[in-house]
Design a protein. Structure first.
Length: 232
């Protein structure tokens, strides 16, 4: 993400990966869901997002995903994946050649993936709070592609302002902007954009309600089998 420490972690991480013989593909500053998409899209063995999510700028960390883009939550899952990768590398070549780091921009592919089944929202005015984080380039493009008029706030990351009194943890800021611009709705992301809160001029629509609305949509549009679903 956009934290000042992310570049240092990236350099150390890719150094270790390439010295072990791995190829590392850098896809830039993107939301965590984009890393999940890219991991599967590129047939990678593992996906890694450098981020501390919704935490303050001074924190940082890593999120790991398996080859399907599913987040690894437990220490055991991660250990198994790393051990398997190391054993595979050693079996192929006990003295692996140094790998390479290359860059690839998947922004447009990811945006098309997100919007391909979405309805157009022309005539809708949307405020997007990017929390000075990973969504600062992509979020606006998604809504504009769907036909919305977009007002973007907190989209000037400097390495030290991610999540700082803005984004999903401070929805009152996007709500104030919705009122000021007479917008229809606002969305506030957290630092790595895997969390979102929606707001109107006087109401916060949190994740629970968004899931409820999405469930109703699925029921009406897709005729859910036995009218059931699973939320994890």
């Amino acid at each position: 993400d956009t934290r000042a420490s992310s570049k240092t972690i990236f350099r150390s991480l890719t150094k270790g990966l390439t010295e072990a013989g791995a190829e590392a593909c850098f896809i830039g500053i993107v939301p965590t869901p984009c890393v999940a998409f890219a991991t599967k899209e590129l047939n990678s063995d593992i996906g890694i997002m450098i981020t501390a999510s919704h935490n303050p700028p001074e924190f940082n960390g890593l999120k790991f995903m398996d080859k399907y883009g599913a987040k690894l939550f437990s220490k055991k899952e991660l250990e198994i994946l790393i051990r398997k990768s190391v054993l595979t590398a050693h079996n192929k070549n006990k003295h692996p050649k140094r790998g390479k780091v290359y860059s690839l921009n998947l922004d447009s592919k990811y945006i098309n993936f997100i919007t391909k089944n979405a309805e157009k929202i022309a005539g809708t005015k949307v405020v997007v709070d990017c929390a000075n984080g990973s969504s600062y380039r992509i979020a606006e493009r998604i809504f504009k592609l769907l036909g919305a008029e977009v007002i973007k706030i907190n989209a000037k990351p400097n390495g030290l302002n991610i999540n700082k009194n803005c984004g999903a943890l401070f929805p009152e800021q996007v709500m104030s902007s919705v009122k000021y611009h007479n917008a229809d709705i606002g969305f506030a992301f957290d630092g790595d954009a895997d969390r979102v809160v929606a707001v109107t001029t006087n109401k916060i629509i949190d994740g629970d309600l968004i899931l409820c609305l999405y469930s109703i949509f699925l029921k009406e549009e897709w005729n859910l089998d036995k009218n059931t679903g699973v939320i994890a």
